[in-house]
Design a protein around this ligand. Structure first.
Ligand code: PDD
Length: 281
């Protein structure tokens, strides 16, 4: 495998950043994960637009032009022969002697791009069987709309899920309202058959898959509302599913040990997943 690190294509097992990289020391950086399907990069434009927003919010510069970045991404995919998989791209504020305040303006941001093939059988199994989730109290900062590499609460939540035999952890705010998964956005199909997902103005990451799936669902004639829902509404929903670039759309069939719907993946989640690639491609 090959990775791109600050201007060079290097062997993956040797790919490294400096010990004084601010990503390493302060999680002072942002990232994107993007799916590749049949050689096509799904929603690349939207991912790069979100990267631009994340960088601007943190006042980190682009490490190269957008066109050059697209070329690097394609080259990493080509060198790793990834036709179905994903790439990971990370930009940090660069290397500087450890100091909380920003380094001098001429410090170049660091960039890393890696790619890997995905395990198609694991994904189909999750789609066919559905996944289980647990709920966890929201304990993150209030700028989770920025896709930063500071993911410790998400890491701890996912680990807790794993230790409890589940695949995702869903953050719940102090009012009992559903926020999002540790690495996914959460949707329900309510009792009226309406697809609901929380507004993305604040408190969650505006998932690219979420945005595209809203178009997909509407193109299928489904009603979609950006309206928050409580844990109780989620547990009583006909269907629950989670979305992310890594999984597109996984049905959730059990939450905190309680069965969702009839305990099997719902038809709406399946339909929109199947329609997704027609719209995204
Ligand atoms: N995570 N919410 C959180 C907290 C996420 O980390 C992600 C994605 C999403 C979904 O966003 P998108 O549809 O743009 O992938 C929502 C990536 C995949 C990750 O950390 O691996």
């Amino acid at each position: 495998r090959i990775a791109y690190v600050n201007g060079a294509y290097v062997r993956h097992f040797e790919a490294a950043v400096h010990v004084e990289d601010r990503g390493y020391q302060f999680a002072d950086g942002v990232y994107e994960v993007c799916e590749v399907r049949h050689g096509y990069i799904v929603d690349l434009g939207r991912h790069l637009d979100r990267l631009d927003r994340s960088l601007r919010e943190l006042r980190i510069g682009w490490p190269m032009s957008r066109a050059a970045m697209m070329q690097v991404i394609r080259e990493v995919l080509r060198r790793n022969r990834v036709k179905n998989g994903l790439f990971y791209l990370q930009v940090t504020r660069g290397v500087a002697r450890r100091d909380h305040v920003f380094p001098a303006g001429d410090t170049p941001p660091s960039i890393v791009v890696t790619a890997k093939r995905t395990d198609a059988t694991a994904i189909s199994r999750k789609n066919a069987e559905g996944i289980s989730a647990i709920t966890v109290p929201e304990n993150r900062w209030d700028r989770v709309d920025i896709k930063t590499i500071g993911l410790l609460p998400n890491v701890l939540a996912r680990q807790k899920a794993k230790e409890e035999g589940a695949q995702e952890a869903i953050f719940i705010d102090a009012q009992g309202i559903v926020k999002e998964g540790a690495a996914t956005n959460v949707w329900i199909v309510d009792e009226d058959g309406v697809l609901r997902t929380r507004p993305a103005e604040h408190g969650i990451l505006r998932g690219i898959t979420r945005t595209t799936l809203m178009d997909v669902a509407r193109s299928l004639g489904l009603k979609v509302e950006e309206r928050a829902f409580s844990v109780a509404e989620m547990l009583a929903a006909r269907e629950v599913f989670v979305t992310a670039a890594t999984s597109i759309c996984f049905p959730v069939v059990s939450i905190d040990g309680k069965v969702i719907g009839n305990g099997h993946p719902g038809s709406i989640a399946q339909n929109i997943r199947e329609a997704f690639f027609d719209v995204a491609e």
